[in-house]
Design a binder for this molecule. Structure first.
Ligand code: TRP
Length: 427
């Protein structure tokens, strides 16, 4: 069995909430412990700059997200855990990929299109308020993925298109420069629950309805007490279906515990009591991690250290690979470039070919490096005469064309033939 490389990035633009934990962090940390998997997890802080213009928030979020993943059990010894901006090969590869990505492809990216649609609906210029950073977002993401030749990229449904674009970038680059990149595959966890937020809609920062994963215990309780329910009185049976509280519980509890809460619902448990039960169950899982999180947050230097070591591991792969890619696209040292060029011209030179015609006479032709016919001769009685004519052309170049005019049948224009002869003369 071969190793599967799994890679995913987390944009450092906010504070992790319960939805992130259940939907991404918890399954990912579990997956990182599987054998035969080489995992890369990184803090996408370059991506954060696209939507966050507040430096303190970018820094704070980077610290919080790093501490969260470590507190949730990510083992930096076992995986490669790094910060995007510590790997300068990523922006360099972004440029290479920019040059093989169609602008029209980026025009179709969902995030960009959504902005354009919003502007159009509001009667604004289509690109109003749209930065080139937002437009280029998929290319930066492609570089994140292709730099490590990831096979699998666990993402949310909204990111699938970006992985498809990364596949296209890999294909275009490979087509032009040879096989360098692996085509990545999006992995969308179908069975992972989408958590409802405080208001019952999907828990999301953009709805402002989140419960921070590591809110202090008292705040966690208060927030859970504030989750919307219907107005059924204590003693009245409650519906589990459509109950945000119930779904939240389900994401943390065992099947038996969930069945027990369903029964309590049917028996008319008071909402306050149900909420207390949910709080206690969540806190049971979260409290030990919260303790680690708080300790880590007190020691940012230690996290910095962990990330720096992660970047070293990442660059041990990225630096030589980028060297290979620079070579492939022609960003090469000139001192050994001369030998490369000489070798290249040797195989790519025009050439003379001699042959005997059906009439028994001796002919030659000149073809370019691709085999395209440039020039034919008339028939010579003796092979020696054909060879002499070839020699004159090689020696004299364009001047030879004039001198031998009567024996030649040009099949291309004079400058093209002249250039081919000049290339031969140089040798
Ligand atoms: N764009 C991703 C998100 O918002 C974050 C991200 C950046 C990412 N680079 C990545 C995810 C590379 C997977 C692979 O969720």
């Amino acid at each position: 069995m071969t190793t599967t490389r799994v890679l995913t990035g987390i944009t450092t633009s906010g504070t992790p909430h319960l939805g992130n934990y259940v939907g991404a962090i918890r399954p990912t940390v579990r997956a990182s412990r599987l054998p035969q998997v080489q995992s890369f997890y990184f803090l996408a802080d370059y991506h954060a700059l696209i939507k966050v213009g507040d430096p303190a928030r970018v820094q704070r979020s980077t610290l919080e997200i790093a501490a969260t993943w470590l507190a949730c059990g990510l083992d930096p010894e076992q995986v490669t855990f790094y910060r995007q901006s510590d790997v300068p090969e990523i922006p360099e590869l972004t440029w290479f990929l920019t040059c093989v990505t169609g602008k029209g492809v980026l025009n179709r990216a969902h995030a960009y299109k959504a902005s354009v649609d919003k502007n159009t609906a509001a009667g604004e210029e289509p690109d109003a308020g749209v930065t080139a950073g937002l437009f280029m977002y998929p290319v930066l993401m492609g570089a994140d993925i292709l730099l490590f030749n990831a096979h699998q990229v666990p993402v949310g449904r909204d990111q699938i298109q970006h992985i498809e674009m990364a596949r296209d970038m890999a294909a275009s680059f490979n087509h032009l420069y040879g096989e360098h990149f692996t085509a990545p595959q999006a992995v969308v966890e179908e069975h992972v629950a989408t958590l409802p937020g405080l208001d019952g809609r999907k828990m999301s920062k953009s709805y402002d309805n989140t419960i921070p994963l590591f809110a202090p215990q008292a705040q966690l309780r208060k927030l859970i007490m504030g989750i919307v329910t219907d107005s059924k009185a204590p003693g009245e049976p409650k519906n589990t279906e459509g109950s945000a509280l119930f779904q939240l519980y389900q994401a943390f509890a065992s099947a038996e515990e969930t069945a027990a809460l369903a029964q309590a619902y049917a028996q008319g448990v008071a909402w306050g009591d149900a909420k207390q039960r949910v709080f206690e169950r969540l806190d049971q899982e979260i409290a030990p991690m919260r303790e680690v999180y708080e300790r880590l947050m007190q020691d940012p230097a230690r996290i910095e250290d962990t990330l720096k070591r992660g970047a070293e591991k990442a660059r041990a792969i990225a630096t030589p690979f980028m060297g290979q890619l620079r070579q492939a696209v022609g960003l090469r040292s000139l001192s050994n470039g001369a030998t490369v060029a000489a070798k290249h011209t040797k195989t790519a030179l025009p050439s003379f070919k001699q042959f005997r015609g059906a009439d028994g006479k001796f002919y030659f032709k000149l073809v370019d490096a691709q085999g395209v016919l440039l020039l034919e001769s008339t028939g010579f009685e003796q092979p020696k005469d054909a060879a002499l004519a070839i020699g004159s052309l090689q020696q004299l170049g364009t001047a030879g064309l004039v001198a031998l005019k009567a024996q030649l049948l040009p099949k291309a224009d004079a400058p093209t033939i002249g250039a081919a002869l000049a290339a031969l003369a140089k040798r």
